[in-house]
Design a protein. Structure first.
Length: 79
């Protein structure tokens, strides 16, 4: 378990988050030598399942051929 100061953690945050995600490492953040926060991976059982994260996966969606054409009312408003 690593410990860093707030200023060091602030400047290295993207790298720290990568370490937490890839190495499942917990990192303690300290201010004036006292721990104030912890960066830790989320336990697998609290992650959402795929159906919850991507509710529309597998559903086919059809668009009208002219879905990107301006509606006639818009042309009249612009005239």
């Amino acid at each position: 378990m690593r410990s860093l100061s707030v200023s060091s953690a602030r400047s290295k945050l993207p790298s720290l988050l990568d370490d937490v995600f890839t190495k499942h490492e917990t990192i303690i953040i300290s201010r004036k030598g006292k721990p104030i926060a912890q960066l830790a991976p989320i336990p697998p059982d609290t992650n959402q399942d795929e159906a919850t994260r991507f509710p529309l996966r597998g559903i086919s969606i059809a668009f009208a051929e002219d879905f990107d054409e301006p509606a006639p009312e818009l042309w009249e408003a612009l005239a």
